[in-house]
Design a protein around this ligand. Structure first.
Ligand SMILES: [Zn+2]
Length: 438
């Protein structure tokens, strides 16, 4: 394989793909799906467009195997989040290459993954690798606003997707330390469960010159105060225990023993304060609550008749929703109305005892000896939750190397990917696919 030439091709494809504006809303993913169709058609790889709603297009491409094993699904999403154009150094839809990076909305989330997955199919086809399982490529619409017109629709209407033994989707990365050395491979096999809640306080409106005791703003603020101080109990999943155990050798001597047995560690008051001051670690060990929207009043001299707040809660898979709500209501008191406005399903973590996980493990051992492959409980939600619901073993893992600083550009300004990452990603994905599909 001429990897330099392939890198060149992949870079040009990603530039073109970024130039297709798929900001969601409205998405208009059909244009992105057509981009892929053109490439797959030119390479004689069968593919099909789907457009369940005007403009909301997805695409499935299939590289056929002999069927002795169930398919593996390479998932990516076409839509991107909006931009604050004036805050960008470059045109976010220009596909601009500068100083070894390709800039643009979707450069990380998630257009680069789409391109690398597409390239993997092209490479395996050109190399005429005999496959034991189909490799499915699915570029989905509507990930950024919930998946209704993308993966959710597809799982209900394209039976082949559900037959996949495995799926690879966005989520974890090969994380680099500050010096740029590989620190860990984060493969997410589970995610927190969404529980979004609206709170409402009612009262009596009136002239602000005559304060009274039935002001809904005061009631809401007072009720929220104990809630924001709530230290929810720790709930450690075996996969999270394993994560900290694998991270232990990298810790300073004092922390190491606590990482080796995180439940014991969290019983140490000073260690637990230190650990939970890290937002990601904190999200991995407990149910969390973020106060996100406060709405009340519209004029300085008017006491309103109601005020509302929304909470974005994320529960550990397996936590009882009912118990959580009961405790939450107990803290808020009787005067606040509680309404669940969105809730996800809880799915057990995907098993790590699989060919696919071992293939990632083997790649890591060869490419970055001593670098652990750790199972991540993802604080956020991805399309993978719908696949796990159908019983597909799904890992959230992008084959790219990133520092935490670069990762912060996801959904932010000047999102970019190092060009060399496209080469690394293609090599890794092709190797892994050869491992699990031949
Ligand atoms: Zn994404």
């Amino acid at each position: 394989m001429d990897w330099d030439q392939l890198l060149n091709v992949a870079t040009h494809y990603l530039q073109d793909y970024i130039r297709v504006n798929t900001v969601n809303p409205p998405g208009n993913e059909i244009e992105g799906a057509k981009f892929f169709k053109k490439v797959f058609d030119s390479e004689s790889i069968p593919c099909e467009l789907f457009e369940p709603s005007q403009g909301r297009g997805s695409l499935l491409a299939i590289l056929k195997g002999n069927g002795t094993k169930d398919p593996i699904l390479l998932l990516n999403h076409i839509d991107v989040v909006p931009v604050e154009k004036e805050r960008w150094e470059v045109d976010p839809f220009g596909g601009i290459v500068k100083d070894g990076y390709l800039y643009g909305r979707g450069a990380l989330d998630n257009k680069s993954m789409g391109i690398v997955e597409m390239m993997a199919l092209l490479i395996l086809k050109r190399e005429k690798i005999p496959l034991k399982r189909d490799i499915l490529f699915f570029a989905a619409a509507d990930e950024e606003t919930g998946g209704r017109w993308g993966i959710q629709w597809a799982l209900d209407h394209i039976p082949l997707l559900k037959q996949s033994a495995y799926a690879l989707n966005e989520g974890g990365y090969v994380m680099l330390d500050e010096t740029g050395r590989p620190d860990r491979y984060e493969v997410s096999n589970a995610q927190k469960v969404i529980l979004q809640i609206k709170l409402k306080a009612r009262g009596t409106s009136g002239h602000a010159s005559m304060p009274h005791s039935d002001n809904p703003n005061v009631k809401l603020v007072q009720a929220l105060e104990p809630l924001t101080k709530w230290e929810t109990p720790y709930h450690i999943l075996p996969t999270v225990k394993d994560y900290f155990l694998k991270m232990a050798p990298k810790q300073p001597a004092r922390e190491r023993e606590f990482f080796e047995d995180i439940e014991k560690g969290l019983r140490d008051p000073s260690f637990s304060v230190w650990l939970t001051s890290n937002p990601i670690f904190n999200a991995m060990v407990r149910d969390t609550i973020s106060l996100t929207v406060l709405q009340a009043g519209s004029k300085v001299n008017v006491i309103p008749s109601e005020s509302t707040a929304t909470l974005d809660c994320r529960l550990i898979p397996g936590s009882s929703k009912e118990e959580f709500l009961k405790r939450l209501k107990g803290r808020l008191g009787d005067e606040i109305e509680v309404e669940v406005i969105a809730e996800g399903q809880s799915h057990p973590p995907s098993s790590l005892k699989t060919d696919l996980f071992h293939a990632i493990d083997r790649f890591a051992a060869e490419s970055d000896p001593g670098c652990p492959v750790v199972p991540l409980l993802l604080p956020g939600a991805t399309d993978s939750r719908f696949l796990r619901e159908k019983g597909v073993i799904t890992y959230d893992f992008c084959p790219f190397r990133l520092t935490e600083k670069e990762l912060m550009r996801v959904h932010g300004n000047d999102e970019r990917i190092a060009i060399e990452n496209l080469g690394f990603g293609m090599r890794m994905l092709v190797k892994i696919l050869k491992d699990v599909a031949t």
